[in-house]
Design a protein around this ligand. Sequence first.
Ligand SMILES: [Zn+2]
Length: 287
Amino acid sequence: MRDVTVVRLNRRWATINVAKLGPVRFRLSRPLPEAFGMAHITMDRAGRWHVSFTAPQPVLERTTTGRSIGLDAGVVATLTGSDRMRRHAPGLGADEAHRLRRLQRKLARQQKGSNRRARTKSSIGRLRAREADRRKNWIEQTTTELVGDYDLIAIEDLRVKNMVRSAKGTVEQPGTHVAQKRGLNRAISAQSWSQFRRRLEDKAATCDVTVVAVNPAFTSQRCSACGHTEEMNRESQAVFLCRACEHYDNADVNAATNILAAGLAVTARGGTPRQGPDETRTRPVAA
Ligand SMILES: [Zn+2]
């Protein structure tokens, strides 16, 4: 919605004028922006309505640290840094995950269009929304910390990676059930990752931090010590062992080191990218 009228009622409540509906009351979960450009009104999977306003990203105060990091996004560790930093995104707890699976089985048995089915669906939606809230908070916290700690952050251009992966399929791990489950995990993490990347870029743009997105091809197969690239180097999900120089490391750390090297190569080649809040400094480049 454009050109919205918002009237603040008190500390916790305000109303917004919605076309064809009139004023709608909503609870304030954070301070209102000084000026209103556009408002987005959305419903989440738990059936909760949300009003959000576009406001400029507040400038983050920071001092130059002289540090750079490459980040590997994985399904297992979620986030691994070239300096061995590890962060795990929160999901559902064991009990919650168990409950979700039970609800999903129940849903499959229930009659389409029935009230019971609708209730099960909304319980599932509430669990999913809880998971999404946790992940969103984690993304906010983690991106703020990263932008505070590093002058340059190299990430993978995962849009490219997803294309590469879907073309290859899941040959490495046959069995339809496993493949399905892994596909699902990947889909969820791909969505979280585009959120993560957007927040990282928004914050970096306000405070002189460079984010570089590099081509992820072969980052997990290339040896970060000698450059030898071979599928066999990837000993297992967790272990990297170079067939040429016997360099041995955690597979995610090896990948993150390659990502950092690619990011540094790009910024050295292209000079310091121009900086300003209005432009994105993330450029897809060849690794
Ligand atoms: Zn090597």
